[in-house]
Design a protein around this ligand. Structure first.
Ligand SMILES: Cc1ncc(COP(=O)(O)O)c(C=O)c1O
Length: 451
């Protein structure tokens, strides 16, 4: 290291602006190396990272020479040319990706999840512009879902504390109810609830006017909003409603995409085929920044008509032309395939969830839910009122786990008085003994902090 640790820390405090952080003169954890599921901070302390890089992206784990070497070779050969032209890794990666997405046929590359969603919104709006229903440009989004940080994406984000203070927002985005059974917005319980949360989407479309609604976006499993996998029948109902009203179904796989829930895409658990799918974090396991907006042929061809010179999809993302990002994405899929990581996620994901459920006997553990390696634990003050546990106590549990060498995530200033969920999202390479360490550390931290 060119400086000693305290010099780095001083320099960080003086010069770096960290994301989501209220600085107050304190240095964050500074990470210096990683291998597999373990990372080391600047003081040499080792952590088992059960967050896959803080925000569920380093899915194949740290220290993957296969990705690094392929990226380096591609960068030497041909690093970049604008994506109006082609490059070999993008061709190979797109072909490979579409093998996993029957019914979809076009890959549009950009460089972040927010941007991938913005592309989807622009597509929906251009489809309306090009049709005889020019007003069909509103987009529905669901309470508790997050779709990104740009103003358009934030306008469609159902997490009030995320968007608070950043308005005014883009018009034409309309909220629909969440699908969290534990806090059912309709005071029902599943089964026997008649899927009211899904049916309410049709009510919103009818209220707004079907000729004004062109798209609807959903996280297949709400991630940062509290790890919420909707019930099995939910998306078939949603897809039927969308079809009935000519609403394009957009599934935001930014977190779940490329295997996090045990299938390559989480929508595939539900037996639906969306019109548009977006993905980012897991595309290259965050070794390189890359995101994709994947559409069916109908959307693609409708946006290739050049009726008035400007009405085809005139959009560009500069870094969509980074050839080595596609190289990293291709190697990432190869690793998932060769090491049979989806099987591991399915098998040990069930084990992780079962282990977490053992904590339900604790007075403050209200709910445990998840799918594959995306799992959440909701804390309450008391189980009958379901009053959310004080955010600071949840922060303390995460802090206790970190002190004991395991990093987990949590809902972070997303909802008023309801940032009470810890989330666990290990890399797909986690072994049974890694999961046992996570479970033991969690159990002990809950006991220590909540007594
Ligand atoms: C579901 C979902 N969509 C979109 C985004 C935005 O992605 P990015 O931060 O890459 O813009 C995120 C980021 O956390 C996300 O969780």
């Amino acid at each position: 290291m060119a400086k000693n640790p305290s010099e780095y820390i001083q320099s960080d405090v003086k010069n770096v602006w960290h994301h989501l952080t209220l600085h107050q003169g304190k240095a964050p954890m500074i990470v210096v190396e990683g291998k597999g599921m373990r990372i080391k901070d600047i003081h040499g302390k080792e952590y088992l990272d059960a967050t896959s890089g803080g925000v569920w992206c380093v899915n194949v784990g740290y220290g993957r020479d296969q990705i690094v070497d392929a990226v380096a070779a591609q960068m030497k050969k041909m690093p970049y040319y604008a994506a109006s032209g082609g490059n070999l890794p993008t061709i190979e990666f797109s072909e490979k990706l579409l093998e996993y997405m029957p019914g979809l046929s076009r890959v549009y590359i950009s460089n972040s999840g927010s941007e991938a969603n913005e592309k989807a919104y622009k597509m929906v709006r251009l489809l309306a512009y090009n049709s005889d229903k020019k007003g069909k440009n509103k987009i529905l989004y669901r309470y508790r879902d997050y779709h990104g940080t740009t103003i358009g994406a934030l306008s469609s984000t159902g997490q009030p504390e995320r968007s608070e203070c950043f308005g005014p927002f883009v018009p034409g985005f309309v909220e629909v109810p969440h699908a969290c059974c534990y806090r059912c917005a309709f005071n029902q319980s599943y089964p026997g609830c008649n899927l009211e949360c899904a049916k309410a989407i049709e009510d919103v479309i009818l209220k707004e006017g079907p000729d004004t609604v062109g798209g609807a976006i959903f996280e297949p499993v709400t991630a940062g909003g509290g790890v919420i996998p909707p019930v099995d029948e939910y998306y078939r109902e949603v897809a039927d409603i969308c079809k009935r009203h000519g609403v394009r179904l957009i599934i935001d796989e930014v977190v779940c995409g490329m295997g996090r829930t045990g299938t390559m895409f989480a929508y595939q658990h539900y037996g639906i085929v969306p019109d548009i799918v977006t993905m980012a974090k897991g595309v290259a396991s965050a070794y390189m920044p890359i995101s994709c907006t994947v559409t069916n042929e109908e959307v693609f061809s409708a946006l290739q008509k050049n009726t008035d010179r400007l009405s085809y999809f005139r959009d560009i993302s500069t870094f969509g032309g980074c050839a080595a990002a596609a190289t990293a994405a291709l190697e990432n899929v190869r690793i998932i395939e060769n090491e049979k990581l989806l099987e591991n996620v399915r098998k040990l994901g069930a084990y992780l969830l079962e282990g977490m459920k053992e904590n339900l006997s604790h007075a403050n553990v209200g709910d445990v839910r998840g799918r594959g390696f995306l799992a959440g634990m909701e804390f309450v003050d008391d189980k009958s009122s379901k009053t959310p546990l004080d955010e600071n106590k949840v922060i303390a549990i995460c802090g206790e786990m970190a002190a004991n060498g395991v990093l987990v995530g949590r809902t972070n200033r997303s909802f008023p008085n309801q940032n009470n969920i810890i989330n666990i999202a290990p890399a797909y390479i986690a072994t049974k003994s890694d999961i046992d360490i996570i479970l033991k550390t969690l159990r002990e931290a809950v006991k220590t902090v909540l007594k």
